[in-house]
Design a protein around this ligand. Structure first.
Ligand code: 5GP
Ligand code: ZN
Length: 115
């Protein structure tokens, strides 16, 4: 989508340091980190929210959660101590950027419940 900030970052239209990239997925550091390690993982194609994933996106969704999360967690050194994944969805979910993104949060002990 032409005016989507995460499309532009993921596809290199905005020059950002990607922490991970393959054909279908990109990941980069959050502009306003909430924890020491705050990464955003996004599909390169524009998907507004997780409930917009379709049957044909099952491989992409699995790829993110099976492969990409683990690879990034190892890369930033949080795979041993643990981390949190968050997918804010829609208004009540607190989603502010309408391009599906998985927050990978780590580097300190988390609390629960979230706000
Ligand atoms: P949401 O609230 O939609 O789950 O998360 C959006 C996240 O994107 C926020 O944590 C916010 O700091 C981050 N963000 C918003 N704009 C940009 C940007 O231009 N670059 C980066 N790296 N992160 C952004
Ligand atoms: Zn987009």
């Amino acid at each position: 989508m032409s005016d989507c900030i995460f499309c532009k970052i993921a596809n290199g239209e905005i020059d950002s340091k990607l922490i991970y990239e393959d054909e279908t997925v990109a990941a980069f550091r959050d502009l306003n980190p909430q924890v020491p390690e705050h990464i955003l993982i996004v599909p390169k194609k524009h998907v507004a929210k997780i409930t917009d994933f379709t049957e044909e996106d099952k491989n992409l969704a699995a790829h993110i959660f099976v492969d990409v999360v683990h690879e990034i967690a190892k890369k930033i050194g949080v795979d041993e101590n643990g981390f949190r994944l968050v997918v804010n969805t829609g208004e009540d979910g607190g989603q502010t950027v309408p391009h599906l993104h998985v927050h990978l949060l780590g580097g300190r002990k988390m609390t629960w419940p979230p706000g």
